[in-house]
Every structure is written in structure tokens, then in C-alpha cells.
Design a protein around this ligand. Structure first.
Ligand code: ZN
Ligand code: ZN
Length: 97
């Protein structure tokens, strides 16, 4: 067995399992091993929160990508309902006078 290559290993950002660098997803939890930096678009290991190329913190980026379009809309729902009520009220006032 030729196990003399320690480079080409990457740690999972979720479960901290060690994976081959050629993999895109963790063999243990299936999570993505790499992130694309939102600033310089460089691919880097996910367990590093700071991009090694430009130093941009990509930490809070991962939860945003998980959120679906419907969840985003639902988060804005109270705001939308408020505007709808306001519009209905204004319409009511203008038609009355
Ligand atoms: Zn993992
Ligand atoms: Zn970067």
C-alpha cells in the first residue's frame, strides 16, 4: 500500500471527517466539501471560514443557499400582508370621498 501522500486530503466542514481532495461531497455526511468564495470566486475547502485567496469571510453564506424561494417569501409574508392592508385601507378611503 502506497500511503505516502498526505496532501490531497480535505476535512469536512460539517462533521470534520477526512476526505480525499478529489471528492466534492463528504463520504460521511454528504455535505459539500468546497465553497466558492463570493468575492473572488475561488474554490476553497469549506472548513475554512476565511477564503485563503482574499480573506473574505464566507461563513454565513452557507445557510442562505439552503433557503428555498418559498421560505424567503414566507419570511416576507407579514410585511406583504401589512402593505396589502394599507393599500386596501387607502383604496377604501379614496373611494369613500
Ligand atoms: Zn461530513
Ligand atoms: Zn476569496
Amino acid at each position: 500500500m502506497a500511503g505516502n501522500s498526505n496532501t490531497g486530503r480535505v476535512q469536512c466542514g460539517k462533521c470534520r471527517a477526512h476526505n480525499e481532495a478529489s471528492r466534492n461531497k463528504c463520504r460521511s455526511c454528504g455535505g459539500h466539501l468546497y465553497l466558492i468564495c463570493r468575492k473572488c470566486r475561488q474554490k476553497f475547502a469549506r472548513f475554512l471560514d476565511l477564503c485563503p485567496s482574499c480573506g473574505e469571510n464566507n461563513h454565513h453564506h452557507r445557510d442562505v443557499s439552503k433557503e428555498t424561494r418559498l421560505q424567503k417569501l414566507w419570511r416576507k409574508a407579514p410585511q406583504l400582508i401589512f402593505y396589502l392592508i394599507l393599500l386596501a385601507f387607502l383604496y377604501f378611503v379614496f373611494t369613500l370621498f
